[in-house]
Structure formats: structure tokens, C-alpha cells
Write a protein that binds this ligand. Sequence first.
Ligand SMILES: *Cc1c(COP(=O)(O)O)cnc(C)c1O
Length: 226
Amino acid sequence: MTTIAANLQDVRERLGAACRAAGRSPDAVQLLAVSKTFGPEAVAQAFAAGQRAFGENYIQEAVEKIHALRHLGLEWHCIGPIQGNKTRLVAQNFDWVHTVDRLKTAQRLSDQRPASLTPLQVCIQVNIDGGANKSGVAPREALALALQVAALPRLRLRGLMCIPEPAANFATAMAVHAQTRTLFDHLNTNGLSLDTLSLGMSADLEAAVSAGSTMVRVGTAIFGKR
Ligand SMILES: *Cc1c(COP(=O)(O)O)cnc(C)c1O
């Protein structure tokens, strides 16, 4: 078994245990393998071990991998910041985007999504802990943005995504993730029907699952240190 295959097995076990501990069904949480900085061979190894969904941060690097691995039929998620001049590449190459935090980006993605592809699946990134230099919409502006994004024709709004500051322990991580969960519920009681909460990484996936995450984004624990 390759290291990546063994790591994937460990992460799946962690996820399963976290779901059981939270009283959630083991298939309630999807695993997104974050392959940024690793080459197509590493992605192909994870694919051989049963992984289908991959997350990438750097658009140009991602597009090269997406093209190289076209034959595998993988699902690609953009989880990095999107500059204005990169929206077309994102709209043309990815299945999901987790990092929409302004209407202008969403509009461009919708305008540029090729008619031959299904709508782009989108999460709005929320700056839940108010970090000054962080991406993400402020929580109080999330509902207004979500309603506008949900109305764009070539996007399908699925949920919220958050990257909180690293927490010192489980309880702190859980409390921050729970704030995003509360915002998610608030949006769903105000006219939206979101099904995706993109929360949790290698270090805090248990806390995220316990707060209601439906998709964890795991890089280091699968592919190793970057
Ligand atoms: C890199 C990255 C991850 C994965 O982080 P790990 O700590 O390596 O699991 C998850 N989400 C985002 C947005 C990232 O940039």
C-alpha cells in the first residue's frame, strides 16, 4: 500500500469516528483531498485508493493537473482566493468553488461558466472570526450576498465555507465552527436551501464534524507536509 493510500485510510477512520462521536451517519461528511503543491502522480495514487474529490488553491497549478488527469473523471474544488483575472479559468475548469466572497466574483463566474457544463457549485466563504486581513464576507453581510449569488443563472449556491484561525484545543475549534453552523441555519430559515458546510482541515476535522460540517478539506494528513 502506498503512503497516500495508508494516510487516506487513517483519515477515513478519523472521519468515521468523529461521525460516531457526534451521533451522525458515517456518510454525512464528504472528504475533499487537498492536493495543492502535490503533482498529478500523488492525485492518481489517491484516486487509486478510492478518492474522487480534490481541492486546489492555486489556479494555474490546478488547471495543469486537471488537464493531465482528465481521463480519471475527478471532481475538482477551487478552495483558494480568486483574482479577477482568474475567474474564467475557474469557471471553465472546476466543478466547485468554495471561496466566493463578493458579488462581482460570483457574477463573473456565472457569466463565464461554459454553456456545455453543468452549473458551477458554489460556497460563500465567511470570515467568521473577523481576522483583519482575511478573505471571506462578514457574517452580517452573508445573507444578502447569498441571496444575490443564489439568483445567478449559471451558479448553484450550496453552502458556506470557513477557514478559522488555528484553535488551541477542541472546545475552542468547536465553538468557532459552531458560529458558522449557526449562520448556515440562519440562512436556511431566510429563504435559502443550503446543504453544504465546508469546515475542518487536518488539525480540526473532529471539531468541525461535531459542529455540523458536511465537507472536510484535508491536505497534510493525506499527502504529507507541504
Ligand atoms: C491547504 C488548505 C486546506 C488543507 O489544510 P491541511 O491543514 O493541510 O489539511 C484546507 N482548506 C484550505 C482552504 C486550504 O487552503
